[in-house]
Design a protein around this ligand. Structure first.
Ligand code: BGC
Length: 915
């Protein structure tokens, strides 16, 4: 056989690279062909899954041998082998045949199964002995107003044989950091992640084979508050889950080479004490006294006679589930760009970037020296730290030195949103070099890059990426700094497409959609925030966080988008009953087809211009918006039903869409194509959600343009309208205007904050203005991604990497860039399920040069911008003579063809339209 001209790589199991401890009984396997050859396609595959690497090496798939399957599918193939039990080790590889008949075999990889049954857990849930707090005047006894003191737990054990393999499972109500033999078992932070703890609690699985030794061993665990018992949301009180006791469960399973199995589980033989962390809380920060460290506490041989026995507490009733998305951790460390002295022992560090995370402190000082670290996103005009927009989050860490050489410290169970750090308590010599910023979040794999000839636009894209990194922390939060940090559904849905271009967020949203469904009410109402937080009537009268239009509809939009972008059918199928329940609810509550009842907190086009932050009030605009979302939900459901083969549902939702659309037209659409409610967003929704009679679309589009003109050629959209603005303008033939809005840098615009030094997306257009300074502190975050949803347009229309309307998952996709005034080049890459798509264009004079990469095993419908009749070439040849291209056509302004895998270089003549 000839050696293949391709490789097989990027093997993933349920979106993850070598996941451990899955509890999905039918995992889905994916891979990619890697080749630069034109036309490289998969014609067949064979998957082998074995219970040991040896069997796999011998070509024996004792768990599953798919046999040779003639198919080009390489994305999300259901495992169809022998049923998988708890702890199953699954070593797998795939061999792929290409269209030339050559075969390439992937490197072997693996996944493992977790503990699938309750009875697999023999460990017990343990908690601190309250006596430890009482005997220690220093410790803070938790109260509703006072964060708790983390507890430190330890257990020694002996291994009397040679270790073949060791696996550690850990869960907590609270946050836990585990170490073995004195070292953390993983860089994961804030474990386990946030879910509705009444319903499900995550556990994590770690391979610790290298850490467990023959002879004496010790496990250490530090247990803090986090989402379970700390302050979450507006800081009224802690303990959203009704229980202030943190607890943990650890189960370590050690397999010896002689076949014996040792299990070390948490129980009352574990010992605990109060350690150096006096308090730790997301909103309030962490207080650490290094003088209270007990050297060797997590290593064998430590004298723990003064420690107390751990207390066994009842196991939770909630489901214990495996984590299925990338863990939270530190993704990068930033060096400050400046240090400014404010006073004796008072310094401000500027990281040059607004991040989420914490400070890595490294300094020398005398024992007992206290350093106070405060965090802020901006500075006051006098150069001091601006913190009033954090509301009640004090976001302050303190560290007390033990006085032993250079001390290094990072807080464990808190995070802050900040660009500036104020350090108080160190001399100038000690403070210099003392601070690094740790940028933390859910580490979703990179997916896209964007770059163009305009520095401001590049920064805008980067700001969106940073706001995504900063806010995707276990759940998609609204902001990382003030006392809120909740999984707001509206923000998440509006930014989702942008998010998918920036990062691989498939696993992240698979997890979060479960949170969304967990938060659905029995009546079918999807939430405004997920995980649901205990309703807090004290907060601005918000007592029912559910059902708001544009927010709750995320329950439909998330599965829809994951299907469209990643080809994920399982998610639609799993959440189908919940999605149906939501539409039943809308129909039940709004029988006349206009969504005007039960609008919950009814935020409307939140933060549009003129600023509208009213909620719980009704207005025609809000009903229009709600009705449009309902119609669009129904249209999406119709399409998804078709995909899932649910014929009756398809008919039902088609009829629902038409009925709501009719009601919309009757209520809001006038004969001349105008709407009875005139805002930019109203027109964007009507056009983007297909709610207008065909004959009136162009009149409505013209009116939209007039409204933009009347606003002095500025946008006025809020959270909801903003994501539609440039895509719809482009769709209706006004890409030139989309560019104009993109490049506008006077208030209000995307580039206004960029011009004023923003390094993340601001919550509001007027977060800070030259005229008025900072907006009112009650709601003014500088790190909210919603208004950054224009990132989607940069990829879809500027670079032109777009979904095929009829095919999910980028197996088939569209390449169609819209050049525009102000950019002389643009370039983007995107990691699709089939591999990297790339588009890079340049306009010099009237010559448009464009290089694209179509990954193996996919195809693209390509539209090359061209004006007039000048010839369009690829690789210097007429299109028709270029190998790899077919199905040629012309449309007004475009030369069209279909391309198979490969790299293509197009050239055409293109002139800016004259208006
Ligand atoms: C949050 C949002 C959210 C909104 C609801 C705010 O407090 O920060 O981003 O979507 O409330 O209108």
């Amino acid at each position: 056989m000839k050696s293949p001209s391709f490789r097989v790589g990027r093997l993933r199991c349920d979106y993850l690279d070598q996941p451990l401890g899955l509890d999905e009984r039918v995992p889905r396997l994916s891979w990619q062909m890697e080749s630069k050859r034109r036309g490289a396609r998969q014609t067949a595959y064979r998957i082998l899954v074995a219970s040991s690497p040896e069997l796999l090496a011998q070509g024996q798939g004792d768990r599953w041998d798919s046999g040779l399957v003639e198919s080009d599918q390489s994305n999300q193939i259901d495992y169809a082998g022998r049923p998988l039990d708890s702890r199953a080790l699954c070593y797998w590889q795939v061999s792929v045949t290409d269209e030339l008949g050559s075969v390439a075999v992937s490197a072997p990889t693996r996944w493992t199964m977790g503990l699938l049954n309750r009875s697999d857990w023999t460990a017990e849930w343990i908690a601190a002995d309250p006596a430890a707090l009482e005997r220690d005047a220093w410790a803070k006894v938790p109260t509703l107003k006072q964060p708790g003191t983390p507890g430190w737990f330890r257990k020694e054990f002996t291994v009397d044989g040679e270790v073949r393999q060791a696996t550690l499972y850990v869960s907590a109500r609270g946050l836990v950091e585990v170490s073995l033999g004195g070292q953390r078992i993983s860089p994961d932070a804030l474990v386990p992640e946030w879910t509705d703890y009444h319903r499900r609690i995550h556990y994590r699985t770690y391979d610790v084979s290298e850490r467990v030794q023959t002879g004496a061993n010790a496990i250490g665990a530090v247990l803090g508050d986090g989402w379970w018992s700390g302050f979450v949301g507006w800081q009224e009180t802690r303990g959203r889950y009704g229980d202030l006791t943190n607890s943990l469960m650890v189960q370590l399973e050690v397999e010896l080479t002689d076949g014996r199995l040792l299990t070390i589980g948490s129980d009352r033989s574990w010992r605990m004490d109060i350690g150096p962390i006096q308090t730790s809380d997301f909103m309030r920060g962490e207080a650490y006294d290094a003088r209270r460290e007990q050297a060797g506490w997590n290593r064998p041989g430590f004298d723990d006679r003064h420690w107390l026995p751990a207390r066994v507490v009842a196991a939770p009733k909630a489901l214990l589930v495996a984590q299925r998305s990338a863990a939270v951790g530190v993704e990068s460390m930033l060096e400050p760009v400046s240090m400014t002295k404010l006073g004796p022992k008072q310094f401000i560090f500027d990281l040059g970037q607004n991040i989420t995370g914490w400070v890595h402190l490294q300094a020398k000082a005398k024992a007992g020296t206290t350093v106070t670290i405060r965090h802020g996103e901006r500075l006051n005009p006098d150069g001091t730290l601006y913190t009033s927009n954090l509301r009640t989050a004090t976001s302050t860490d303190t560290y007390v030195f033990k006085g032993e050489g250079t001390e290094v410290w990072e807080p464990r169970f808190t995070f802050h949103g900040f660009q500036y750090v104020e350090l108080v308590g160190l001399t100038e010599a000690a403070a210099g070099g003392a601070v690094l910023g740790c940028a933390a979040g859910s580490i979703c794999p990179p997916a896209g890059t964007f770059n163009c000839s305009h520095a401001g636009v590049n920064r805008l894209w980067l700001n969106g990426l940073w706001s995504q990194r900063d806010n995707f922390l276990s759940v998609p939060t609204d902001c990382p700094q003030r006392d809120e940090r909740l999984g707001w559904t509206g923000d998440a849905q509006v930014f989702l497409r942008t998010a998918t271009y920036n990062r691989d967020v498939a696993g992240f949203f698979t997890k979060w959609m479960i949170d969304v469904e967990d938060a659905q009410t029995p009546a079918g109402i999807f939430p405004d925030v997920a995980p649901r937080v205990k309703e807090d009537k004290n907060f601005m009268g918000l007592d029912d966080l559910g059902g708001a239009a544009g927010w709750a509809d995320a329950g439909i939009i998330v599965p829809w988008t994951l299907w469209r972008v990643y080809g994920d059918r399982r998610m639609m199928a799993r959440h189908w009953p919940a999605m149906t329940k939501w539409l039943n609810y809308l129909e039940r509550t709004n029988p006349d087809g206009i969504r005007r009842r039960k609008l919950g907190n009814n935020y409307g086009d939140w933060l549009c211009i003129p600023t509208d932050t009213t909620f719980r009030t009704h207005s025609p605009m809000k009903c229009l918006l709600a009705t449009a979302y309902w119609a669009d939900d129904a249209a999406k459901m119709e399409r998804m039903a078709r995909e899932l083969g649910k014929k009756a549902d398809e008919r039902r939702f088609r009829a629902m869409f038409l009925r709501v659309r009719r009601a919309f037209q009757k209520t809001y659409v006038l004969d001349n194509g105008r709407l009875s409610v005139e805002t930019q967003t109203a027109y964007l929704l009507a056009l983007g959600m297909n709610l207008l009679p065909e004959a009136l679309r162009s009149a409505a589009a013209e009116r939209l343009v007039e409204l933009i003109r009347d606003a002095g050629w500025h946008l006025s959209t809020g959270f909801i309208g903003v994501s539609q603005l440039n895509p719809i303008l482009t769709q209706v033939g006004r890409a030139d205007l989309a560019y104009r809005l993109l490049l506008e840098d006077t208030y209000p615009s995307w580039l206004y904050p960029v011009k004023h030094g923003a390094t993340t997306i601001w919550e509001r257009w007027d977060g800070w203005t030259a005229k008025d300074g900072f907006y009112d502190v009650w709601m003014n975050s500088f790190n909210h991604y919603s208004l950054g949803s224009v990132g989607e347009w940069l990829f879809r229309h500027v670079a032109g990497i777009e979904l095929d309307p009829d095919a999910p998952g980028f197996n088939r996709f569209v390449l169609k860039p819209y050049p525009g005034k102000g950019l002389s080049r643009a370039q983007a890459t995107f990691q699709s399920s089939q591999g990297e798509i790339s588009s890079s264009w340049r306009l010099s004079g009237d010559t448009f040069s464009w290089e694209v990469v179509v990954p193996p095993n996919s195809s693209a419908l390509i539209s090359i911008p061209t004006t007039g009749k000048a010839p369009v070439t690829e690789g210097g040849r007429p299109l028709r003579r270029s190998p790899g291209l077919r199905s040629f056509g012309r449309e007004e302004g475009w030369a069209v063809c279909r391309a198979g895998p490969g790299t293509y270089k197009f050239r055409s003549t293109w002139k800016h339209p004259v208006r």
